[in-house]
Write a protein that binds this ligand. Sequence first.
Ligand SMILES: Cc1cc2nc3c(=O)[nH]c(=O)nc-3n(C[C@H](O)[C@H](O)[C@H](O)COP(=O)(O)O)c2cc1C
Length: 397
Amino acid sequence: MADGHDAMVLPVGPSTQAPMAPQMAGWEPVSVREYEKAAEMMLPKNAFDYYASGANDMITLRENRAAFSRLRIRPRIMRDVSSTSNKTTVLGIPVNSPICIAPSAMQRMAHDDGEKATSAAAGKSNTLMTLSSWSTTPLEEVAAAYPGGPRWFQLYVYKDRKLTAELVKRAEASGYTALAVTVDTPVLGRREADVRNRFKLPVHLTMGNFIGAGGAHAEGTKDGGKDSGLSAYVASLIDRTLSWDDIRWLRSITKLAIVVKGVMTAEDAREALRYGVDAIWVSNHGARQLDTVSSTIEALPEVVAAVAGKVEVYLDGGVTRGTDVFKALAMGARAVFIGRPVLWGLAHSGEDGVAAVLRLMNEELTMALQLAGCTSVDEIQKSMVVHQTAYYTPSKL
Ligand SMILES: Cc1cc2nc3c(=O)[nH]c(=O)nc-3n(C[C@H](O)[C@H](O)[C@H](O)COP(=O)(O)O)c2cc1C
């Protein structure tokens, strides 16, 4: 990082990992919201802001949560719920839960063990983890942290196709079973906190998948650092010409399943089907890209209708409660992915924290199943979730 802006470097790292905040002594978070609070107390501001922010006015960020709260569960009673299971399959892979881990970049800013801790926590609970292209740990080391765990690789298509193809081959060789191709990031959304903080990757960390290949450092801008360093990085390396033909190209170079991540409309879902994708992932990138797009739970029904059962559909964005998972599944998602909740657990206590967040959310899902009269995720019915307005128009119930 030779851009002369050392003052902007985040004060995190092996020797500076934030100690537990004094106000937290004896306090164990009991919800994802509380893990977020803990993370906010423990992380340097730049790192917390990078993780927490959405784009611009963060309208979509709030909507990702608010839209879940506008949905009502219609529970069934008097069904024997003495034994329940969260188990399911995702692209044929048996997993203990429909709650999976979304790719999030630069996890070593949250905790020294970073992506390895997430991998171990996921593997031990048989949870599907998606690793970000922008991992701060090489993908091989992440896989080695829990060999054989259910694992996908998130791919950004780089201008340098040779580099992209090499990444795909490395993911294949390390046992990742699908590529989640992120299609919503031709440019990086403007996260104003990152602009203000002149965010960039701390000097002691690297983009672990690109060591020796260039692109290992998400450097700050050279023009006096008026912008987020990450958006300069994206502009220099990510291919803005990305189009459906590139899905064809990926098909030609890999046998891995291809999941498109970032579909928000029925039109694009139909297009994705035409190009033979294996699954569709409804996502607005955690509200970090185009502000004022709809929440993902509001976009889900049109995508599910367009897909008509031909491939699996997943959702991420704002999922922090077991009841959110229940609602997404009732509305047709096969599984949900969580981004920030994992980062909050990681910041709190590394692998243990990620495991605790997964456990907590799964316990909430189990309770939602029991209280709604279901013994498994397969028993969740579409009719069990309605928009709140349905209660004012009884014909909709
Ligand atoms: C800090 C952070 C970094 C992210 N990095 C990536 C990434 O590298 N690749 C990607 O496809 N999505 C990335 N995402 C988006 C997530 O995969 C996911 O879509 C989003 O976080 C889901 O919303 P949630 O955080 O409300 O659960 C990132 C999200 C966050 C919060």
